[in-house]
Design a protein around this ligand. Structure first.
Ligand code: PHB
Length: 396
């Protein structure tokens, strides 16, 4: 016998940062929610994702009472280096737009949110399976699933939110005729590594070289995160440590003698790489947020930041719709969120195509790209544009 349905105001599929932050913000407005996720908490914590938080999102974590751990364990970064032609050029965000970013990996954001939701007694069900969303255009949409103990469960809600990532069930539950997909594939991917080594630079280094893109990021004093552009079909098993280091060193080498500090590679994987938007972001009583609605390529680390921006708008719109008992007000969400989504899509696309080599590039393309990079590192509007996009200060 299935258990009696749980009744809540907002049913949320996906307990990643977007789903949990939404549940947290709603609770602050006295709106109850239930969150379900197919993954266990340990599985979500094991996902390796980008590490850059815009200052607005740091304020969201600290100012709404999630946690202020980011202020202790996160590292403020006042700028980045763009490296090309064998030299580094610093982009000083603080000087250009008065604000930097924070290095604080997505996993830590998740841990803070999961702890805060547990502390506040939220109903979050991890490790469920066979999740389905039903009756999306009816009075009482629902989430059906099997709980971690194998029992069939049902949550009924007024509003349903799909925050279940790019391969989740929510977006695919929208009939194809009711959604439009906009996407761009790139002829490359990222090879990501975690290495046990000291940091090679204080700030992130985004490198464009004849061999392609490389990014030198950081995690801790002893573990670093690095990426290099590769073929999407690359097999990590073909890349022993020596080959990875030779490739990374070749891409960052230059006349200034910059070299990476090496150590054992403890994790290696090829990361998917595409730009994608699904419109509209509403179907009936279901709203999509974060990766369920859009994906950006990782250059610029906008994925999490954009998901949190969605959720800020969503919490506000849901609160108004619930208080005024008017679900028609949910229509405000998509257009407001999409304005930022498309500006951020453009920024991620721009940074990506400016820094990567594409197969089939003509000598003209190669020279033009260097011209573009020189325009961005020169004092003036180019560097301001990069700083604004990277820090998120004007994207909505
Ligand atoms: C990361 O540290 O994982 C990272 C940082 C910046 C990016 C992408 C990934 O643009």
């Amino acid at each position: 016998m299935p258990a009696a349905p749980t009744r809540t105001t907002v049913g949320i599929v996906g307990a990643g940062p977007a789903g949990l932050m939404l549940s947290h913000l709603l609770a602050r407005a006295d709106i109850d929610s239930v969150v379900v996720d197919n993954r266990t908490r340990a599985e979500i914590e094991a996902t390796s994702r980008a590490g850059i938080l815009e200052a607005d999102n740091v304020r969201l974590l600290t100012g709404t009472g999630v946690s202020d751990r980011v202020l202790r364990d996160g590292v403020p970064h006042a700028g980045i280096s763009l490296r090309f032609g064998g030299r580094s050029h610093r982009i000083d965000f603080e000087a250009l737009v008065g604000e930097g970013v924070w290095l604080y990996p997505q996993t830590e954001v998740f841990v803070d949110l999961a702890d805060a939701r547990a502390r506040d007694g939220a109903d979050v069900r991890y490790g469920v399976s066979e999740t389905q969303v039903v009756d999306l255009t009816g009075e009482l949409p629902g989430i059906l699933f099997t709980d971690a103990d194998g029992r069939a469960r049902e949550v009924r809600c007024d509003i349903l939110v799909g925050a279940d990532g790019s391969r989740g069930v929510c977006r695919s539950a929208v009939p194809e005729a009711a959604r439009t997909h906009y996407f761009r594939e790139y002829p490359y991917a990222w090879f990501g590594v975690l290495v046990e080594a000291p940091p090679s630079a204080d700030e992130l280094v985004y490198t464009h070289s004849e061999r392609g893109f490389a990014l030198i990021s950081r995690r801790t004093d002893t573990v670093q995160r690095m990426y290099f552009q590769c073929d999407p079909g690359e097999d990590p098993a073909d890349w022993p440590d020596e080959r990875i280091w030779a490739e990374l060193q070749a891409r960052v080498s230059g006349t200034d003698g910059f070299a990476l500090k090496e150590g054992p590679v403890v994790d290696r994987s090829v990361l998917p790489f595409r730009s994608f938007v699904c419109e509209p972001m509403r179907y009936g009583a279901m709203l999509l947020a974060g990766d369920a609605a859009h994906t950006v390529p990782p250059t610029g680390a906008k994925g999490l930041n954009l998901a949190l921006a969605d959720v800020r708008v969503l919490a506000e719109v849901v609160e108004r719709a619930v208080t005024k008992r008017d679900l028609g007000l949910l229509d405000e969400y998509g257009p407001r969120a999409l304005s930022r989504v498309w500006r951020t899509q453009h920024f991620s696309y721009w940074m990506t195509t400016m820094l990567h080599r594409a197969p089939g590039d003509t000598p003209f393309d190669v020279r033009r790209r260097i011209g573009e990079l020189e325009g961005v590192v020169a004092p003036g509007a180019g560097s301001v544009r990069l700083a604004e996009g990277y820090t998120g200060t004007t994207a909505g």
